[in-house]
Ligand binder design. Structure first.
Ligand SMILES: [Zn+2]
Ligand SMILES: [Zn+2]
Length: 142
């Protein structure tokens, strides 16, 4: 993957791409920006492209970012993007139970963040959400 078109900017932050990733709908985003978009939606659902509203099930980082993997800031974003791909990428990218367990902390961190965020919802709703999440995890692991 070469990179976003010359002169293009990220449609989320309107700045130059940082760890550019191309979504399955062909739009480009900063790796971090598209993870933020996902952060604002449901944890257990793939986010939609802010430009064309298609569900994003695959994010492909450009070659330059992959070469900078040794940089902790870049490596961290790449890791999130790869976890996202494994979770939402469907059967072709699913790597079995072991991989799913490895990806769970990625989902759990987000769920925990949602739980401790007082702005998100009412306590009862939060509790319901936890039960649903736990049930979903069990079915996810089967
Ligand atoms: Zn951006
Ligand atoms: Zn799109």
């Amino acid at each position: 993957m070469e990179g976003p078109p010359c002169g293009d900017v990220c449609s989320v932050c309107h700045g130059n791409f940082n760890v550019p990733c191309q979504a399955n709908c062909s739009h480009w985003f900063c790796g971090n920006c598209i993870m933020l978009v996902w952060d604002h939606g449901s944890t257990l659902q793939a986010c939609r492209c802010p430009l064309c509203r298609r569900r994003i099930t695959l994010l492909i980082p450009n070659d330059d970012s992959l070469r900078q993997r040794h940089d902790p800031a870049v490596g961290d974003i790449l890791q999130k993007v790869e976890s996202y791909n494994r979770i939402f990428g469907g059967p072709t990218t699913a790597n079995g139970l072991f991989q799913r367990i490895q990806d769970l902390p990625f989902l759990l961190r987000r769920l925990v963040r949602e739980l401790v965020d007082p702005h998100r919802s009412l306590p009862l709703v939060i509790r319901a959400r936890v039960y649903i999440a736990i049930l979903t995890f069990f079915s996810y692991l089967r």
